[in-house]
Design a protein around this ligand. Structure first.
Ligand SMILES: Cc1ncc(COP(=O)(O)O)c(C=O)c1O
Ligand SMILES: N[C@@H](CCOP(=O)(O)O)C(=O)O
Length: 519
C-alpha cells in the first residue's frame, strides 16, 4: 500500500509529510493539525475477520491502514501494539460492561491502563512510537554522541493527558517531557500521579491560569521556529495525529464485544462520549468513516459547552453569549473544563472540504480563515449547509453538575447497584439516559448506547464523595482507591511553578531544566 501522507488542516499546499514526520512534527508550522490524505475504508469482510482479534491485533490492523510497511515494517508495528497494550490491567484492554440491559445501555471501560484514564490507550502507544523512531534515527551512534536525535515533549493537561504522557514516556532514552497544568484545577490524585514521578527526564509545571492558557502556550512553543529547531519539540496532546489514530481501535473492539454479548449485529450502535478537546469522539468519527456501522456519535459536554452550542447554532464561540467575556467553568468533571476544543479543527476541515471547497487547498484556506476569526474575534459561524452536515455526524447534549452528581448516585443506587462512575463518565451516561428516554417516547427501537467511561472514579474523589458519601456502607478508601493511589501521600514529589500564563517564563524553565538533565 502506498504510504499515507499527512497535511495541515490550514494549508494543504505545505509539504505533505510521512507518518513519522507528522508524528515527530506534531503541529504544522502554520498552526494547523495534520490529517491523512485519505480516510481508508475497511475491506469487505473485515468486520467478520477482525471480530475475534485481540485488542493489540486489532490495533495493528487499523493502524496498518494509515502506516505503510515501508514506514514501519509489519512485525515492528505488531510489536509496538503488543507492547503498548500489555500494560493494561484488563485482558480485553477496554472491556464493555452492561449498565442496563433492558434499555440497551453499555459502558466502555477505558480506564484499565497505567494511569486509570482513557489517555493511556493512545499514550502508551505514542511513547513506544517516539522511542521506536528515535532508536532508528540514533542507530549506530554512541550513547553520549552529541548528534543524537532527541525530542523535547511539551504537553498541556487538564489532568489526565499529563500523567498518561509521563507514564508513556518515562525511561525513554533521548526524550524529555514537560507537562503544563493549571494550578489548582486538577484533582489531587491527578497531580500526585504526575509529581511523584522523579525521573530526571520528567518535568511538571504548575501554571497559574487555565488549561486553555497551557494549551495556547504549548501551541505557541511549537510555532517558535528557533526554539523548536533547537529543542525538537514533540506533541503528546491530541494535536498529535497518533493520539487520534490509536483511539480508533476501541470503537471497533467495543462494537465486536457488544455484538458477541448480544449474539447479533442486528442493532444500531450509538457512542456517547464525554467531550472536552474533541480527540476521543473524533476517533469515533474516523472509525465510522472507515466503515464501522455507527448509528450515531453523541457529544456530551459539561457546562463548558462550546461544542454543544456549535451543534445547535453553527456558531463556534468562546463566549456563551455575544459580547460576554469567555468563561471556563470549574465543574465536577475538570478534565473537560476546556474553552476551545482544539481537535474540532480536524472535523471542521472535512466539513469545509465536503460542503464548501472544491479542492484541499480551498478547504485549508477556509479553515485558516475560521481559525483566524476565532483568534481575533473569538468566534466564527458556518453556513447552514455545513451545520446540517455536522449534525449528520454528531449530535450533542450539555450536562450540568447537578445532573452529573445525580447520575453517579442513580447508577450506584439502582441502575447498576454499587457501580461507581467517575464524573466524566457520568456526563456521558447522563446524556445516554436522556437519549434513551427520548427514544422510548419516540418509539425508537434496537438502539444500543455505548457510553465511554473515560476515567476511574479514584481520580476524582471530591465528585464521587459528594455524590455517594451518604450512601450506607460506601467507603471511598476501601471501595474505590487502588493501593497505588493510597501510597501517593507518602511519596516524594517534584514540581515546578510558573506564576503567570507567560510563554517566555515557560521556555526559560524548559531551557534551565534541560541543562540540568545534562549534568
Ligand atoms: C477523564 C476524561 N474524560 C473525557 C475527556 C474528554 O476527552 P477529549 O478531550 O478527547 O474530548 C478528558 C480529556 O479531555 C478526560 O481527561
Ligand atoms: N482532558 C485532557 C485535555 C487535553 O486533551 P488532549 O486529548 O488534547 O491531550 C487532559 O486530560 O489533559
Amino acid at each position: 500500500m502506498s504510504s499515507q501522507r499527512y497535511f495541515s488542516t490550514r494549508s494543504s499546499a505545505e509539504p505533505h509529510l510521512t507518518f513519522e514526520q507528522a508524528i515527530i512534527q506534531g503541529l504544522a508550522p502554520d498552526g494547523g493539525l495534520y490529517i491523512p490524505t485519505a480516510i481508508p475504508s475497511i475491506l469487505e469482510g473485515a468486520l467478520e475477520k477482525w471480530s475475534n482479534l485481540s485488542f493489540a491485533e486489532l490495533a495493528y490492523e487499523i493502524m496498518s491502514l494509515y502506516i505503510s510497511t515501508d514506514e514501519i515494517p509489519s512485525q515492528d508495528l505488531k510489536s509496538l501494539c503488543k507492547k503498548s497494550y500489555s500494560t493494561f490491567r484488563a485482558a480485553d484492554v477496554t472491556p464493555i460492561t452492561t449498565l442496563q440491559k433492558d434499555s440497551g445501555l453499555y459502558l466502555l471501560e477505558l480506564f484499565h491502563g497505567p494511569t486509570y484514564a482513557f489517555k493511556d490507550v493512545a499514550l502508551q502507544f505514542v511513547g513506544n512510537l517516539f522511542e521506536y523512531f528515535l532508536q532508528r534515527k540514533n542507530a549506530g551512534k554512541a550513547e553520549d554522541a552529541a548528534d543524537r536525535d532527541t525530542i523535547t515533549v511539551v504537553g498541556a493537561t487538564s489532568g489526565d493527558t499529563g500523567s498518561a504522557a509521563i507514564y508513556g514516556l518515562r525511561n525513554k532514552k533521548d526524550v524529555s517531557v514537560f507537562i503544563l497544568y493549571p494550578t489548582g484545577r486538577v484533582s489531587p490524585i491527578q497531580e500526585a500521579q504526575m509529581t511523584t514521578v522523579l525521573d530526571k527526564n520528567v518535568h511538571t509545571i504548575s501554571l497559574k491560569g487555565t488549561f486553555d492558557d497551557c494549551q495556547d502556550i504549548v501551541k505557541s512553543i511549537f510555532g517558535d521556529v528557533e526554539f523548536n529547531s533547537k529543542y525538537h519539540v514533540g506533541a503528546v496532546n491530541s494535536i498529535n495525529w497518533a493520539r487520534i489514530l490509536a483511539q480508533i481501535t476501541y470503537y471497533y473492539h467495543s462494537y465486536f464485544q457488544l455484538s458477541k454479548n448480544l449474539g447479533s449485529t442486528d442493532f444500531k450502535a450509538r457512542f456517547v462520549v464525554p467531550t472536552g478537546n474533541f480527540g476521543d469522539i473524533l476517533a469515533g468519527f474516523y472509525a465510522k468513516r472507515m466503515g464501522l456501522p455507527v448509528d450515531g456519535l453523541v457529544i456530551a459536554t459539561n457546562a463548558n459547552d462550546i461544542l454543544d452550542r456549535f451543534v445547535k447554532s453553527g456558531s463556534y464561540s468562546k463566549s456563551e453569549t455575544a459580547g460576554a467575556a469567555p468563561v471556563v467553568h470549574a465543574t465536577l468533571s475538570p478534565a473537560m473544563d476546556i474553552l476551545v476544543s482544539s481537535n474540532f479543527e480536524r472535523f471542521l476541515w472535512y466539513l469545509a472540504r465536503e460542503n464548501l471547497a472544491s479542492t484541499n487547498e480551498e478547504a485549508g484556506s477556509i479553515l485558516a480563515s475560521w481559525m483566524s476569526d476565532l483568534k481575533t474575534k473569538g468566534t466564527f459561524s458556518v453556513p447552514e449547509v455545513v451545520l446540517e452536515a455536522a449534525k449528520r455526524e454528531f449530535t450533542s447534549e450539555r450536562i450540568s453538575d447537578e445532573e452529573t452528581a445525580a447520575t453517579i448516585k442513580s447508577v450506584y443506587q439502582k441502575i447498576t447497584p454499587k457501580y461507581i462512575l467517575d464524573p466524566h463518565s457520568a456526563v456521558g451516561v447522563a446524556a445516554s439516559l436522556r437519549r434513551i428516554e427520548e427514544d422510548s417516547k419516540a418509539g425508537v427501537q434496537d438502539v444500543k448506547y455505548v457510553s465511554l467511561s473515560t476515567a476511574h472514579p479514584a481520580k476524582f474523589s471530591d465528585a464521587v464523595e459528594d455524590a455517594l458519601g451518604q450512601e450506607e456502607g460506601f467507603s471511598f478508601e476501601s471501595d474505590v482507591l487502588p493501593q497505588e493511589f493510597k501510597d501517593f501521600s507518602t511519596k516524594e514529589k517534584k514540581n515546578l511553578f510558573v506564576d503567570a500564563a507567560d510563554i517566555e517564563k515557560v521556555k526559560a524553565v524548559i531551557i534551565e531544566e534541560l541543562a540540568k538533565e545534562k549534568l
